[in-house]
Design a protein around this ligand. Structure first.
Ligand code: NAD
Length: 365
């Protein structure tokens, strides 16, 4: 399949452009810059589905009052080792760092801490939060769900019950080595990949979707309903579902994300909302922060890096192949895109131009 045409923008130019859009849409300049910075974090690591492509939708949510600018965390309750915090439907790019920094401070003080975050606006690429903790020398583990984001069928079922529920584990890096970072949706593919496939991009892998009559499928219509080239892609219009990765095991992990990030946080699961739908999606995130120094593992990062090298030395399955460790593809993409610019699909670039025009923001060449 031919690659879709792209428009390549230097990373600093794109970051400024997106910040200008959020500032024009009503965010304070500092918040606009932070939203842009974290969206760029997803593009730079190759997770375009969670990057600047989200801008038009975020602006729409801002205009509709579904996400609120200038929010801070409300501490619901806390101890030296934990906190339950409410994001008040603020931008995830504003609320996420506040929740992570609270976990970092507690873990540095007592060795480990759990932070249960509820009612945050979309917090994007979860790897960003693990990177923030790792920069302070901490391991972190994150379980995430999306209230009102039901898209995924449980193993053995056809009806949607989970969101795409990412799980992320980050390990501080040794020196210049790439950070060890597992950051993955528990659906076989992220919804963004169905979007790409529906626009003629990379086809979906076998079994990515399931139709209401229980037939496994790769047809985006299963998720979005009947499609023409200009039909908006809306998962509310389809009757089918994404499938969890790894059969019953991935489905079980997705289920536990709902329990930890949806129920334990006091937020909401992706299923029915007590008191009725709020008409907006929100992320819950249950995170554990660990300071290896408190575990007597002062040389932890060095030993982890040593083990990663051992894993990479496994003989490749195919001639010329290579074993990568989690986080390595992202580190390589980041190096490439910082040097050569960020490629955006033309549909994404045109949507950014349209939202910029609507707000009177100059579009970079
Ligand atoms: P993916 O499938 O591209 O990568 C998953 C993991 O596999 C990564 O840690 C990556 O380093 C590793 N990996 C990839 N190729 C590898 C290889 N050849 N060898 C070894 N390891 C390899 O990621 P995904 O599941 O599509 O998730 C995309 C992003 O979407 C993530 O950043 C996730 O946090 C985000 N997400 C966010 C939400 C939300 O509600 N905020 C929901 C779902 C997903």
């Amino acid at each position: 399949m031919a690659e879709l045409a792209t428009h390549v923008v230097p990373a600093p130019t794109l970051e400024r452009f997106i910040a200008d859009i959020f500032a024009a849409a009503g965010c304070e300049r500092a918040e606009a810059a932070q939203i842009s910075h974290h969206l760029m974090g997803a593009n730079l690591t190759g997770h375009d589905s969670h990057g600047v492509i989200r801008t038009p939708r975020y602006v729409q949510w801002l205009q509709e009052g579904k996400v609120l600018p200038g929010q801070r965390l409300t501490i619901v309750n806390e101890s030296p080792t934990h906190a339950v915090v409410d994001g008040n439907f603020g931008f995830g790019q504003t609320i996420g760092p506040l929740a992570v920094d609270l976990g970092i401070a507690k873990a540095k003080s007592v060795g480990m801490a759990a932070i249960a975050l509820r009612c945050s606006g979309h917090i994007g690429r979860i790897g960003d939060w693990a990177e923030r903790a790792a920069a302070q020398g901490l391991l972190s583990i994150h379980f995430v769900n999306v209230a009102e984001g039901e898209l995924v069928a449980p193993f053995g079922g056809v009806d949607r019950r989970f969101s795409t529920n990412p799980v992320c584990i980050g390990v501080p890096a040794q020196g210049d080595a790439p950070m060890l970072l597992l950051d993955m949706a528990t659906s076989l593919v992220a919804e963004g990949k169905v979007l790409v496939a529906s626009n003629g991009g990379k086809p979906l892998p076998e079994g990515a979707l399931i139709s209401p009559d229980g037939v496994r499928s790769t047809a985006p219509e299963v998720l979005y309903g009947p499609l023409g080239p200009l039909t908006p892609r809306d998962a509310a219009k389809g009757d089918g579902a994404l499938r969890a990765f790894g059969e019953h095991k991935g489905s079980g992990l997705a289920f536990m994300c709902e329990i930890l990030a949806g129920v334990l946080t006091g937020g909401a699961t992706s299923g029915p909302i007590p008191g009725g739908k709020r008409g907006r999606i929100s992320n819950g995130m249950f995170s554990i922060y660990i300071d290896p120094a408190h575990f007597g593992a002062a040389d932890f990062a060095a030993k982890a890096a040593e083990y990663a090298l051992y894993v990479k030395a496994s003989r490749p399955e195919v001639a010329g192949g290579e074993v990568l460790v989690p986080g390595e593809p992202e580190a390589r993409t980041r190096a490439d895109r910082l040097a050569n610019g960020v490629p955006l699909q033309l549909g994404t670039w045109n949507a950014l131009r349209a939202v910029a025009d609507s707000l009177g923001v100059a579009v970079p060449n």
